[in-house]
Write a protein that binds this ligand. Sequence first.
Ligand code: KIV
Length: 262
Amino acid sequence: MNVPEFTQRKTVGKKLTVVTAYDALFTRIVEQAGIEAILVGDSLGVVVQGKPNTLSVTMEDMLYHTRLVAQASETALVIGDMPFLSYHTSVGESVRNAGLFLQAGAAAVKLEGGSHVVDRVEAMTRFGIPVMAHIGMTPQSVNQYGGFKVQGQEEEQAEAILADAKALEEAGAFAVVLEAVPVNVAKTITDSLSIPTIGIGAGPHCDGQVLVLYDLLGLFDDFVPKFVKPYAHLKSDALQALKQFKAEVECDKFPSDSESYH
Ligand code: KIV
């Protein structure tokens, strides 16, 4: 999957699937499932590093995981997620940091924000760096929202998100992630753009859906956002396996003859 193929999917009308991955093992599994794009998300700050939000994730962290995914990837579009502060200070630094993702093996970058990042998106696109935009509830602005809260429930806010989406398309974004916005707002935006919308907590009318891999696989059970559907329950499977391993070692059942050399 390349960037033009991803964007053209909208006209074909076949929904797009995107999931996050942070390492080679899951990259291969995700690709075997035929998922069209892998986002090396800064969500790794939460799900891999155990932080409360994504704000402490660095370019070094992101480039390391992007390399792991890109080296293992054979079929999916690999998108590197630009971390907090990597595209905030100047257009020049933003383009340079975006370019480092391409050097690490990504085919595109994603960044959060609306009208205030349009100049970045425009410059990156001009220099051959495809950009996926991300609007609605943008996790790097969690402190401004006072928590991870649905955006666009007020009419004025919904109109601002629509205006942002149009400005980002105009600036050259090849797709836009809509996070935690009401279903009708996501539908209006999807109908208004010629680039695909990829929803997460944005209802069924988007052109595709993205989920954090570990949420989708049911690796967390302490907090599951409303918009997540766990398609497996790997946390309980893992726990069960580990408990059984411990019990079998303790009672001399493992290793048995078949796991031993002679
Ligand atoms: O970092 C991430 O994983 C993301 C997705 C949830 C869209 O931005």
